[in-house]
Design a protein around this ligand. Structure first.
Ligand code: ADP
Ligand code: MG
Length: 329
């Protein structure tokens, strides 16, 4: 294995290594030809691509809901095909679009599903369920005793995430987890999910067909085309800044410059020295790390050509100009 990638990090998140995996279904459909991908421990990797390109098949090969026809899948230093699939799935969280909660069980019981299968004590299951509900922003005292139909679609998705995390899985697989909720709820879920991930730092593979979601959530994005062919695997800003193939260019579309501004921070490389005739009082001030999108918006709103930029300690480190921002996009 690549020595630069951690197999398992301190919190027990495992890297996932796909080597030449392929899937041919019994009817002859070759959903995935041959895909290799390295997903570092503790990172969120997005699989994106058009409908039918094999995203769900890849995800379901990782937890062996689908058996690969060829190739190897490693979880940390463990070969997934050598593990009992039922035991394997208890260690891998799985969240799908219509979350599949058990309708006749309370929210608390739903979240406790895997811990129950693992034979945890009742008190421990309950404590864990309540801890997870808190973590996903659902007050346990208020929601724990409800049934799934008594929650909104967005709340049900959160319960799905809580359930997937309950037994502290080494990996979380998410198949279009937010696409069934309305756009406003989706934005909130994405934001909360990012906060959650900052806290739990799981290795996550998330499937979406929504580029904005991919750019917003992904540490890295894998763009797939028909047959699970890997077109590009890169960080969001890199993908938007330099599509590797005509397919990716078309896929990321004409508004990629704007998307890219939103994921690229004001960095020291973009700074110039203060202009010769500064008007410090008149220049807007920005922190390093502000997105180029927000920086440009500030310049446009204030009518300024430059903004002065300060570091974490509020010390001025230079100025950024409209020109430099537009050149960087
Ligand atoms: P995606 O999630 O990217 O939309 P899928 O992984 O679901 O794509 O499907 C990839 C391809 O495999 C599609 O052509 C789909 O029709 C086909 N496929 C999926 N499941 C089966 C199956 N059980 N039998 C035959 N073909 C399948
Ligand atoms: Mg799918």
């Amino acid at each position: 294995m690549d020595g630069t990638v951690r197999d398992t990090d301190a919190d027990g998140a495992a890297a996932i290594t796909l080597t030449d995996i392929g899937k041919q279904f019994p009817d002859g459909t070759r959903a995935v030809q041959s895909l290799s991908l390295e997903i570092p421990a503790g990172q969120l990797v997005v699989l994106i691509g058009p409908s039918g390109c094999g995203k769900s098949t890849v995800l379901r090969m990782i937890n062996r809901l689908i058996e690969p026809t060829t190739g190897r899948i490693m979880l940390g230093d463990e070969d997934v095909t050598q593990v009992d699939p039922v035991l394997l799935r208890r260690r891998i969280g799985y969240v799908i679009q219509h979350v599949g909660l058990f309708p006749h069980q309370t929210i608390r019981a739903n979240v406790g599903t895997v811990p129950r299968l693992l034979g945890w004590q009742r008190d421990r299951i309950r404590r864990r369920a309540d801890e997870l509900l808190d973590l996903v922003g659902l007050e346990p005292g208020r929601y724990g005793k409800r049934y799934p139909h008594e929650l909104s679609g967005g709340q049900r998705q959160r319960v799905g995430v809580a359930r997937a995390l309950a037994a502290d899985p080494v990996v979380l697989l998410m198949d279009e987890p937010f696409s069934a909720v309305d756009p406003i709820a989706r934005g909130r879920l994405q934001e909360e999910f990012l906060r959650l991930q900052a806290e739990v730092r799981k290795t996550i593979v998330l499937v979406t067909h929504d580029l904005d979601e991919a750019v917003r959530l992904g540490d890295r994005i894998a763009v797939l085309s028909e047959g699970g062919r890997l077109e590009q695997y890169a960080a969001p800003a890199e993908l938007l800044g330099g599509p590797a193939t005509p397919f990716v260019t078309e896929f990321v579309g004409a508004d990629r410059a704007i998307r890219r501004l939103a994921v690229t921070p004001v960095s020291r490389e973009l700074l110039d020295d203060e202009p010769a005739d500064p008007d410090p009082a008149g220049l807007p001030t920005l922190a390093l790390g502000t997105s180029l999108y927000d920086a440009l918006a500030r310049l446009l709103v204030t009518g300024a050509e430059h903004a002065r930029v300060v570091d974490d300690a509020d010390q001025p480190v230079g100025v950024v100009s409209r020109r430099r921002i537009l050149d960087a996009s």
